[in-house]
Design a protein around this ligand. Sequence first.
Ligand code: SF4
Length: 325
Amino acid sequence: MPILEVKNLVTRFYTIEGVVHALNGVSFDLEEGEILGIVGESGSGKSVAMMSLLNLLPMPPARIERGKALFYENGGQDSVDLLTLTKAERRRVRGGKIGYIFQDALSALNPVMTVGRQIGESLMEHLGLSGEDAKHRAVELLEHVGIPGAEKRYYNYPHQFSGGMRQRVMIAIAIACDPKIVIADEPTTALDVTVQAQIVELIKRLQEELRLAVIWITHDLGVVAGIADRVLVMYAGYPVEISLVDDLYNNPVHPYTKGLLGALPGIGGKRAGRLESIEGAPPDLLAKPKHCQFVWRCPYAFDRCRNEMPELVEIAPKHYTKCFL
Ligand code: SF4
């Protein structure tokens, strides 16, 4: 049962240099209780897609040109288009139904409010709790995400927490109102590897306990291999491959996905020798896309790729790719 269906999402930025074609028709769905990994290099459109859904982009210069983002409620009986919500409806959904974990907790949290109040604010706004009940629940949430001494830590400010602990606070805010979807936007990028592993474990545990659907944005294919059910690979504002996670790692089809997997280091001598790299650079997003966006870096490119844009097609059950091959 899908909880979110995104159809043909197109977002552009109108800048002094010209029009940046950031998203060029992104379509995907998210099922209840699944983890969808979205991978791709910087500038591929991963975060812009998620921020478009929740109206978090600065407009202008951003503009959502077209698309639909259907969010299903009550077991699929009701749906709302996230892109056409009124301000009041958006407040109900954002934070209440869809939680967002930002990459950099230090800049996402308010530096002059205690973390307890920041969690409580969301509970009072969305669930209508009184100040005392919100405080009680905020302490419970801090305990739930593994903050020791939660009663005392409730009164601390973000700068009094370590990076990993701040990210736990962000997670507490994201799950506070019992959302259906949590968007985790590179939640471990700024952390060292041992803390990264703890945060990955925490989100995975909460996802199972709360039956959350999670969209996990990352450039780290190793992380999604361990936690995702399905993976969407983005390149230059397009989804270029969508597949079940095992299928993607065992049978990658798109040349870009193959390149990303070839660049992954292995452990235990499985991948001895030089790592592969993807030659060249991503295309200039100021140019209107007219052909396969990967053409200048693709080792298999042929004439048709330079003149036409391939469609995203299903080549096996639940396995889609955007390539003429
Ligand atoms: Fe390569 Fe052509 Fe496929 Fe694009 S359509 S990925 S250039 S083979």
